[in-house]
Design a protein around this ligand. Structure first.
Ligand SMILES: Cc1cc2nc3c(=O)[nH]c(=O)nc-3n(C[C@H](O)[C@H](O)[C@H](O)COP(=O)(O)OP(=O)(O)OC[C@H]3O[C@@H](n4cnc5c(N)ncnc54)[C@H](O)[C@@H]3O)c2cc1C
Length: 239
């Protein structure tokens, strides 16, 4: 990750002061700029498995209020969100359709270091998120084997970690999210509001719409280091 990326992201963070924490995160304002141009261009895309390479029309919105324009710009094509392309299979490809590259939507909208509630745009990588929250003593409740995935992609695949048996999937820590579709526009959904659509969106592979932002509950950690003990065995029998 370049130094420029660090500076850019750091400048975008708004760490909430201690007040009514959950409410502050909930009402935080999203940066908007609707006048920016938004071209679609033909590009070749592949996923992590490199099984397929596909030509798609691709747009990269940089502001949340550009999403409706993107969704209406290609009325004859099916649209699909694209994160960091770490899918093993072809779930992030859209043959004959258009892709919406979410990686420029990578801002932390609000983070409350007291409650561990964070709200961020869906293109933020888990790597960047952790860089921001770990110094405050917070971590994601579960992480996949790579941190180079976006929040939106991780939720669309409902990723799991090595603590799956205890913590479940990442989707269980989502407090709410904003979903855009070309038919109903933007909708805030949560486990209690539009619950059915919410459940279908977690692990929905982007097929219910485009996740614009996400609000998560993080978990407390005592520090950034793991305690480890090495125990040597002379063979299988001893093990
Ligand atoms: C080395 C490695 C280790 C991994 N380890 C694990 C693991 O331990 N556990 C695990 O569960 N997974 C694991 N994965 C898989 C990876 O975590 C998932 O594929 C993850 O979804 C990739 O996120 P992404 O941002 O790259 O999304 P992409 O691959 O770009 O997209 C994934 C899916 O999400 C959709 N999508 C992306 N952004 C949005 C959005 N904003 N709104 C709606 N839909 C969207 C896409 O359409 C696609 O269906 C691993 C992958 C790699 C490469």
């Amino acid at each position: 990750m370049s130094a420029a990326t660090h500076i850019q992201t750091a400048a975008r963070i708004r760490v909430m002061p201690r007040t009514d924490e959950a409410r502050d995160v909930a009402t935080a304002q999203l940066p908007l700029r609707s006048s920016a141009p938004l071209p679609f261009s033909e590009q070749t895309t592949t996923s992590w498995g490199r099984v397929k390479r596909q030509r798609s029309s691709l747009a990269t919105p940089a502001f949340l209020d550009q999403i409706p324009r993107v969704l209406s710009a290609e009325p004859d094509r099916k649209l699909l969100g694209l994160g960091l392309g770490r899918s093993y299979g072809d779930s992030c490809l859209n043959e004959g359709g258009a892709l919406i590259d979410m990686t420029a939507l990578d801002r932390v909208v609000a983070f409350d270091p007291i409650t561990g509630i964070i709200r961020a745009e869906a293109g933020l990588s888990l790597s960047e998120l952790l860089r921001i929250v770990v110094p405050h003593g917070w971590f994601l409740p579960t992480t996949p084997g790579t941190r180079f995935v976006t929040l939106g992609g991780a939720i669309a695949n409902d990723v799991h970690g090595k603590n799956h048996h205890a913590a479940g999937t990442l989707g269980s820590s989502v407090r709410r999210l904003c979903l855009h579709t070309s038919t109903i526009g933007a909708r805030e959904i949560s486990p209690s509001v539009n619950a059915e659509l919410f459940r279908a969106t977690i692990a929905g592979l982007g097929l219910t719409g485009l996740i614009a932002w996400v609000e998560l509950q993080l978990v407390r950690i005592p520090g950034a280091f793991l305690g480890a003990e090495n125990v040597a065995f002379s063979g299988f029998a001893e093990f």
